[in-house]
Design a binder for this molecule. Structure first.
Ligand code: GLA
Ligand code: ZN
Length: 685
């Protein structure tokens, strides 16, 4: 631990979401305005909040029509009352800006706030998350609302953070957005149309532009074959959403300079480059709805861990689980309830991966509307006597017992690259398996092998700082701009171990293919290989790979790679080129660069990573073997180690710890733990 401490220059330090309330938050979305005619419910909710061991409510998320029922006529009485009540009952408030859904009057009076779809049709009023991000009217209305909220509640002792809007998402194709897109593109290419034509390779099919005025967003009725245009449009939509969010923050900051701001992100969300969005936020939060107990339960479990790791890594500090479900959601094809233990286990998974809040959607079920059957802490039945309520209260009791962990760190020596721009470029690209290249899923597979082994892992973008890691894994990093190439090269030269795969380094930031052999831009030298060809297989096809006398199976992709200084560690058998390397390693500078030439299902990488981790002296927090679907994770403050022993399997199990630890809930000293199904134990040393 000392080594890492020194290496990373970290002392004993805790980082809280808000220092004024240095505790885990347990609570969630609360919509008292739906019960404004039955205020006795508000008092009952306060009693239930305490009983559920909750200490937080997220309010105001969709409250605009209550707060401003007519244009310019504001009424904050409901918020005044409920925020005071929550505080009087020991709770804290995460206060939302209501921009996620606008009132009807605004759409009627100012149609420009309504979004236009990609077929260039203006939408009518309805649903939510569907405003134009460019509209000056919408921006001003939101800013005015935010200023008033910040002025009124920014210093309220109950309010500890801002929840910006709700799940920002989507694109708008209105004339205002089209113009903003043109300006974005003009700036990107320095006002030089020749640069644009080169970057977008418009000589192909005679698509050359002669003026920036001709630039139009891609869509079913407009240009969609210029890949560079499509890519820049994705960049623009993400940029414009972040710009809108920055305007929300600026309005808040006029009256409230010090409260942290966050917005709830979504796993696998495509529209926004969250690594870019993260730069504008103080704290990262996300909404997690894993498909527990489904046929994909195992994958789901590791995937939830992946997203926790991603959101924690974005700011390198504790993140928030803004939403999760008590019971079951209502919007999936099948809506299965969380089994006993699962609420506590999934909550503690958050903590184990560095999160400091466990919040739900929602506190109380509404009587009507789209989400009336969605899980909630308080059911329509209304009392504390439900299975779900008891499960949430039990989770809250555990959080109280382990509260000292709040603010501590997860220290990772391994990072895995997941990059939005790369994802966009791969999705747009014609080639490989055209419809689904499975980028996200492939990254999950690599991460899952580390997760299983209890290896702390950060998730970073291709543009993140890599210098503090010992091992960086970069699956399918097809788009590697010159900056990324330079940093990867430096990382290896300075002693890092880089593990990359098929498709590495094929295009630059404009989606233009590198000339002179893949992996391009100079990576050919770093890896000591030349990737001559890539083969895409039918889903039924299987490949044979041998490593250390053992046989492995490959699927989907294999490259025909020549070594140019690298050594081959595994062989791939194919029907027309005989054998070629399946895995290579090259000594470069003080480091090593591995290259995997085919897609495996995890077991091959698992075997390789055992060796690499061993060589690098990277270990799980405990040395003993872990049963299937069980894992361990650690947080620490530089002095005390906190260990989470998690059982996601539907089986009871016993895990030896190899050492004595203190159970933080029972106070007992133990050197092994027996876990029920979906059980978790939190220990310290
Ligand atoms: C999302 C939204 C919430 C709610 C939940 C339901 O995450 O942010 O408002 O609709 O889904 O699962
Ligand atoms: Zn628009």
């Amino acid at each position: 631990m000392d080594v890492i401490n020194k290496k990373r220059g970290i002392g004993l330090m805790k980082q809280y979401i808000n220092e004024k309330f240095p505790h885990f938050l347990h609570g969630g979305d609360y919509n008292p305005e739906q019960w404004i005619d039955q205020k006795e419910i508000w008092d009952e909710d306060m009693r239930l909040m305490r009983l559920a061991n909750c200490n937080e409510m997220s309010v105001g998320i969709f409250s605009w029509a209550t707060l401003e029922p007519e244009e310019g006529k504001y009424d904050f009485s409901f918020l005044d009352e409920i925020i005071d009540k929550i505080y009087a009952n020991g709770g804290r408030v995460v206060l939302a800006t209501p921009s996620g859904a606008r009132p009807r009057w605004m759409a009627e009076k100012y149609p420009e706030v309504l979004r236009v779809d990609d077929s260039l049709r203006r939408m009518h009023y309805g649903a939510r998350h569907n405003h134009c991000y460019t509209s000056p009217v919408y921006r001003e209305k939101v800013a005015e609302m935010n200023r008033r909220l910040a002025e009124r509640y920014g210093k309220h002792p109950a309010v500890i953070a801002w929840h910006l809007s709700n799940e920002y998402s989507g694109k708008c194709y209105c004339p205002l957005c089209q113009q903003a897109f043109r300006e974005f593109v003009k700036k990107r290419y320095d006002g030089d149309i020749h640069k644009l034509n080169t970057a977008w390779w418009t000589t192909f099919w005679s698509h050359a532009y002669t003026s920036f005025d001709q630039v139009e967003m891609p869509g079913p009725r407009s240009e969609k074959c210029v890949l560079g245009l499509n890519l820049d449009h994705k960049r623009f939509s993400s940029y414009q959403t972040v710009d809108f969010m920055k305007a929300e923050i600026a309005a808040i900051r006029e009256f409230c300079p010090d409260l942290p701001v966050t917005t709830n992100m979504m796993p696998e969300h495509e529209d926004i480059n969250y690594f870019e969005m993260a730069k504008e936020l103080d704290v990262i939060s996300w909404d997690s709805y894993p498909i527990w107990h489904s046929p994909t339960h195992a994958r789901t479990t590791a995937c939830a861990a992946f997203w926790h790791d991603t959101f924690r890594s974005m700011k390198q500090r504790p993140h928030m689980l803004m939403e999760s479900v008590p019971g079951a959601v209502s919007w999936r094809e099948y809506n299965k309830l969380k089994r006993p233990g699962m609420d506590r286990l999934s909550a503690i998974q958050t903590i184990a991966h560095g999160g400091d809040t466990v919040q739900y959607f929602q506190f109380r079920k509404g009587r009507g509307g789209y989400e009336k059957l969605h899980g909630a802490i308080v059911d329509h039945e209304g009392s504390e006597n439900t299975r779900v309520f008891r499960a949430v209260a039990e989770t809250g009791a555990t959080l109280k017992a382990i509260d000292e962990i709040c603010g501590t760190e997860v220290r990772a020596r391994v990072a895995i690259v997941y990059d939005w721009e790369n994802r966009w470029a791969l999705e747009l690209c014609k080639g490989f398996a055209v419809k689904d290249k499975q980028y996200s899923r492939t990254v999950y597979t690599y991460h899952a092998e580390l997760w299983k082994r209890g290896i702390a892992t950060d998730v970073v973008s291709a543009h993140s700082d890599l210098s503090k890691y010992d091992l960086v894994i970069a699956p399918m990093l097809y788009m590697t701009d010159s900056d990324t190439v330079a940093r990867l090269e430096k990382f290896v030269a300075e002693g890092g171990t880089l593990y990359a795969t098929y498709m590495l380094g094929m295009v630059d930031e404009s989606d233009l293919c590198y000339l002179g052999g893949f992996p391009g831009g100079g990576l050919r030298r770093v890896f000591g290989i030349w990737n001559e060809e890539i083969d895409t297989f039918y889903p039924e096809d299987r490949l044979e790979i041998t490593m250390d006398g053992k046989l492995y199976e490959g699927v989907d992709y294999a490259e025909y790679v020549h070594t140019e200084g690298a050594s081959s560690l595994a062989e791939l058998k194919n029907d027309f080129y005989g054998t070629s390397p399946a895995l290579t390693v090259n000594e470069y500078g003080k480091g090593r660069a591995y290259y995997q030439t085919f897609r495996d299902r995890g077991d091959f990488f698992g075997a390789v990573c055992d060796k690499i981790l061993g060589e690098l002296n990277i270990h799980a927090p405990i040395a003993t073997p872990l049963p299937e679907l069980c894992t361990v994770h650690e947080r620490n403050d530089g002095e005390i180690r906190y260990l989470f022993v998690e059982n996601y399997s539907g089986k009871e199990t016993e895990i030896a710890l190899g050492d004595a630890w203190t159970d933080m809930e029972s106070g007992e000293t133990v050197d092994s733990v027996s876990l029920n199904k979906f059980d978790v134990r939190i220990l310290k040393k």
